[in-house]
Ligand binder design. Structure first.
Ligand code: KIV
Ligand code: NA
Length: 288
């Protein structure tokens, strides 16, 4: 099963060193992810909201997602690339899903794996069997459990999962085991109490990558626009508690843009000598 995992990542996982994963949306952000030697680059469908302004990941058209995957893949680099399978790309039937998974993998040879959200309920039996079909066809799949944003409506919103009862914990654990048995090479665990995520991690032989799942998972992922403060926040629009904001890119960007506007308006930019081109005085005289 672990054969579909990049050998460097497998070695790192087996040595017990936490794996790093980060989202990217396009060529620019992907270059940063590669340059920082992040283990796994995720083209997450969260780009629907963070890069494209949709209200939900379920609004994301497959064509627009593929356009972004292609842009990401044009950036050369070392990170293993995983792409989400957006809502609507596999729900009709297995053959639709297999075709779309193959299409994603064929967009660029750099795409190493797809990622699919799967819940613990009866309605997720289809997804589980679909994931198994992909794995049996040699298409590497990363599972995604806990808070699964594509199914946020049926989970009662963006809430912590597996925290309400022993039964819920067991359901999550069993889903993780089933995904491992189906052939997933790794799992994202989102918004789950740290004890639950650690327990699941300790009982699996594939890596778990946590987001809002504490520090006992095999690795961590964050959404780049959240951890970099890339989106200008409305006043009462705060980040989830599990996000650590490392930089504030939107402050830097808007400050630079305001300075530019004011420099242009005051004719401070461009400076006549520093930013412009000269010509021979004789040519200019000829012209006159
Ligand atoms: O779409 C995404 O960015 C994700 C991560 C939150 C894991 O699925
Ligand atoms: Na996602």
């Amino acid at each position: 099963i672990l054969q579909t995992l990049d050998s460097d990542i497998q070695t790192k996982y087996q040595s017990g060193k936490p794996l790093t994963m980060m989202t990217a949306y396009d060529y620019i952000t992907a270059k940063w992810v590669h340059e920082s030697q992040t283990d796994i680059l995720l083209v997450g469908d969260s780009l629907a909201m963070t890069a494209l302004g949709y209200d939900s990941t379920t609004d994301l058209p497959f064509d627009e997602f593929k356009y972004h995957v292609k842009s990401v893949c044009r950036a050369p680099g070392v990170s293993m690339i995983v792409t989400d399978m957006p809502f609507g790309t596999f729900e009709q039937n297995h053959s639709q899903g297999i075709q779309n998974a193959i299409e994603l993998m064929k967009l660029n040879h750099r795409v190493n794996s797809v990622k699919i959200e799967c819940g613990p309920h009866d309605k997720d039996i289809y997804t589980m069997s679909f994931i198994k079909e992909l794995c049996q066809r040699g298409i590497p799949v990363m599972g995604h459990i806990g808070l699964t944003p594509q199914r946020a409506n049926s989970l009662g919103g963006f809430k912590v999962q597996g925290s309400q009862s022993a039964e819920q914990i067991l359901e999550l654990f069993e889903t993780a085991q089933k995904l491992q048995d189906a052939g997933c090479w790794g799992l994202v665990i989102e918004c789950v109490p740290h004890k639950v995520a650690t327990y699941i991690t300790d009982h699996l032989r594939i890596p778990t990558i946590g987001i809002g799942a504490g520090n006992g998972t095999s690795g961590q992922v964050l959404v780049m626009s959240d951890m970099m403060g890339m989106i200008l926040k409305e006043e009462n629009n705060s980040l989830p508690r599990f996000v650590k904001q490392y930089e504030n890119i939107s402050t830097i960007m808007s400050s630079g843009l305001k300075k530019y506007n004011s420099d242009v308006e005051s004719r401070t930019f461009p400076e006549r000598d520093a930013h412009s081109f000269k010509m021979k005085e004789t040519i200019w005289k000829d012209f006159l």
